[in-house]
Design a protein around this ligand. Structure first.
Ligand code: AMP
Length: 139
C-alpha cells in the first residue's frame, strides 16, 4: 500500500485539494499549524528530496511558487514559512516528499526556521571552509 499521500492522490481517502496538475497536487494539512496550512507533493512517491528526479523537482517548485501567494492571499497572511522536513531525523513523518506552506501572521507566536536544529554549533573558520568545499564538490 502507498503512503497516506499516495492514497490522497489515488482518491482513496478524502482531502481538501486546492490545486492539481499532471505531476503535483496541493491540499490542506489535516492538522493545520495555521489557517491555510497547505502541503504540496509530487504525485509519484519519493521519500526524500534527494530522491526526486530533476524534471519532477522543477514541476514541484513551480507548484510551490504558484501556491505560496495563493495561500497567503486566501487567509490574508502577512508572510509564510515554506519548508520540507527532509528525512525522519528532521521530523519527516510521512515518507512522501511534501512541502509545508504555513501562513504566518504578525504576533502569531511562532519563530523563524533558525529555531529548528537546537543549539547552534560553534564552527571554526577552517572547518567551515572544508564543509563549503565538500558541498561544492558534490554540487
Ligand atoms: P511531516 O512531519 O513533515 O512528515 O508532516 C506530515 C504532515 O502531514 C503533518 O503536518 C500532518 O498533519 C499531515 N497529514 C497527515 N495525514 C494527512 C492527511 N490524511 N491529510 C492531510 N494532511 C495529513
Amino acid at each position: 500500500m502507498g503512503t497516506i499521500f499516495t492514497q490522497i492522490v489515488e482518491g482513496e481517502i478524502p482531502a481538501r485539494i486546492v490545486y492539481e496538475d499532471e505531476t503535483t497536487v496541493a491540499f490542506l494539512d489535516a492538522n493545520p499549524l495555521a489557517p491555510g496550512h497547505t502541503l504540496v507533493i509530487p504525485k509519484e512517491e519519493y521519500e526524500r528530496l534527494n530522491d526526486v528526479p530533476d524534471d519532477v523537482a522543477t514541476e514541484l517548485y513551480a507548484t510551490i511558487h504558484r501556491l505560496v501567494p495563493a495561500v497567503e492571499e486566501a487567509v490574508d497572511a502577512d508572510a509564510s514559512t515554506v519548508a520540507f522536513n527532509n528525512g525522519e531525523e528532521a521530523g519527516q513523518e510521512v515518507p512522501h516528499v511534501h512541502c509545508h506552506i504555513v501562513p504566518r501572521f504578525e504576533g502569531d507566536g511562532g519563530g523563524p526556521i533558525h529555531g529548528i536544529a537546537g543549539e547552534a554549533p560553534d564552527i571554526a573558520d577552517d572547518e567551515l571552509d572544508d564543509i563549503a568545499d565538500e558541498i561544492e564538490s558534490r554540487s
